[in-house]
Design a protein around this ligand. Structure first.
Ligand code: G4P
Length: 533
């Protein structure tokens, strides 16, 4: 057997062991706690102690890096890998809170599934909604977790309605709570009708005690709480809200689990669902829609670029999602857009501030290529038969600021920096093709502007002055529509370097009005991606 054949044999089984997903949630819904508990259940940490120094964590730029400092465990700033039931789970971090940015969206392009974590007292919140929209554009399968059931919250049936009404995703509860929020006894496993009683352990430090029993015993021991829960599940049976694998994989329905990350209730079910229900790494379509087999030679695409803000390590790390083949550190790949060879001598898995060299990776994994300043977001790297993956979808920015150099004598440095940071996707840069030459920066999170100003000064020696621009919403548009928009007050059309035209609106109401009055105009919230071309 030739070496090439041996490699082919090895890739598929490895890919099918991979589960690569991201958590989408609103700040404080419990993403960090759940992540920590996944590690506990996977045996990656022995004990999840009460999380200390919360105040400190709040100030940190990345949840996971701070969590790492607190907990002394290795948590990467971008991807966390652990094994569970002989599967390799890659949990991709979607930056939250303060560091919400376009990266948050891009990371989802590298995931094969998502877990939507909702606080049972709050339901769907703004940030979850935005992230869910990204999942929808990719038809990404979404598992839902109702978190914080250990404390008072809303009626779970009402929450199901809310999910369906607000985001059009059909929740199909796999487990259903027994006891009201705040008096949470356990769950009915709807797959066999049994009851799983949870018992908390001190501070949720060790895995929750679970006792499984049949319905008769549960009815005797749980009385009214059991009766109410059964009534609800009968209702769910009647309306057909039961697990459907096909529609889950198509991103239409969402298996739902109930629990409390803090007390570990329901964490095991969720982790089991990742292994049992979520898809493994599958062949990915190239920009012509052709699937590249998993066993084909290596290919992957850059989904995130992280430039270290620490002046001691001024480097660029390009995160690549492996799509096919086996990655072996040191292999020379082809950089798709330029056709040039690319050496992977410096490949790493990013573990917070420390880095581990990564030697081998398979479809589903994410690798960090260090000092990869020639790479841009969306670039394909491959070996053998050429392939190009479709561009990563970008979404309508919501924050705008015009920018100019503080010191006009440094305008050269300013423009060089602007061009570089634009290429890296730190911010979007918009220009008026036939008007005011002052560029307008656009972003989805304020931190993108902070990073931009910092890096422009630090790396290019150009202090920039940012003035908030009076726009509140943007949509991708086309030439014909932009001609019409000229006549609409409070609207301006600008262009990105890649030619995408963006219509900026001075208020969300103006946008709403224009959309209502002219449904035939091109106003798309997805700026670029496989669907919108
Ligand atoms: P995030 O990463 O999504 O922002 O959320 P994180 O895990 O940091 O959780 C936010 C807060 O919610 C934390 O409280 C955390 O302990 C709490 N929490 C997470 N899961 C549960 C749960 O299942 N039940 C309950 N009751 N609480 C949960 P905190 O920051 O320590 O304090 P505070 O915000 O309560 O003051």
């Amino acid at each position: 057997m030739s070496l090439a054949v041996a490699t082919e044999v090895a890739v598929s089984p490895e890919a099918s062991r991979r589960r690569t997903f991201a958590i989408i949630s609103h700040p404080d819904a419990g993403k960090t706690t759940l992540t920590e508990k996944f590690l506990l259940y996977a045996g990656a940490v022995a004990e999840a102690g009460a999380v200390k120094a919360r105040a400190g964590r709040r100030r940190a730029t990345s949840d996971w890096m701070a969590l790492e400092q607190e907990r002394g465990v290795s948590i990467t700033s971008t991807v966390l890998q652990f094994t569970y039931r002989d599967h390799v789970v890659n949990l991709l971090d979607t930056p939250g809170h303060r560091d919400f940015s376009e990266d948050t969206y891009r990371v989802l392009s590298a995931a094969d599934a998502a877990i939507m974590v909702l606080d049972v007292a709050k339901g769907i919140e703004a940030q979850t909604l935005k992230l869910f929209e990204v999942c929808r554009t990719r038809s990404l399968p979404v598992l839902t977790f109702f978190n914080k059931y250990d404390r008072p919250g809303r009626d779970p049936l009402e929450l199901l309605d809310e999910i369906e009404a607000q985001i059009g995703l059909r929740p199909t509860p796999v487990t259903w709570p027994v006891g009201i929020p705040g008096d949470f006894r356990g769950v009915i496993d709807r797959r066999d009708g049994s009851f799983i009683r949870y018992r908390r352990t001190a501070h949720g430090a060790t895995t929750a005690l679970e006792e499984r029993m049949d319905a008769q015993r549960a009815a005797v021991e749980e009385g009214e709480a059991w009766r109410v829960a059964r009534e609800a599940t009968e209702l769910l049976d009647e309306v057909g809200a039961t697990l459907q694998l096909d529609s889950f994989l198509a991103g239409e329905s969402s298996p739902l689990f109930v629990g409390s990350a803090l007390t570990n209730f329901g964490v095991r079910h969720l982790l089991d669902a990742i292994v049992d229900l979520a898809p493994s790494a599958r062949p990915r379509a190239d920009d012509a829609g052709v699937l590249r087999p998993l066993d084909a030679p290596f290919s992957g695409f850059v989904f995130k670029i992280q430039a270290n803000m620490d002046p001691a390590h001024r480097d660029h790390v390009a995160f690549v999602r492996v799509c096919s083949g086996r990655f072996v550190r040191g292999m020379t790949l082809v950089h798709g857009p330029s056709g040039r060879p690319f050496s992977t001598k410096y490949a790493a898995s990013m573990f917070g501030s420390a880095r581990d060299t990564i030697d081998v990776a398979y479809p589903g994994d994410a690798i960090g290529l260090v000092n990869a300043s020639g790479l841009q977001i969306g670039d394909t790297l491959y070996e053998g038969e050429p392939v190009a993956y479709p561009p990563i979808a970008t979404f309508a920015p919501e924050l705008f600021a015009s920018v100019r150099p503080r010191d006009t004598a440094r305008h050269k440095q300013f423009h060089r920096g602007l061009a570089q940071l634009e290429r890296e996707g730190v911010v979007q840069v918009l220009r008026d093709p036939d008007g005011d030459p002052t560029p307008v920066l656009a972003a989805v999170g304020a931190m993108q502007f902070e990073v931009f100003v910092h890096r422009l000064a630090d790396e290019f020696g150009a202090e920039a002055e940012l003035v908030p621009a009076p726009y509140k919403a943007a949509r991708r548009t086309d030439r014909a529509t932009s001609e019409h928009l000229r006549a609409v007050p409070g609207v301006r059309t600008l262009a990105r370097a890649d030619g995408t035209l963006l219509a900026l609106f001075d208020s969300p109401y103006r946008l709403q009005r224009v959309e209502q009055d002219h449904p035939e105009w091109c106003l798309d919230p997805v700026l670029q991606g496989p669907e919108s071309g």
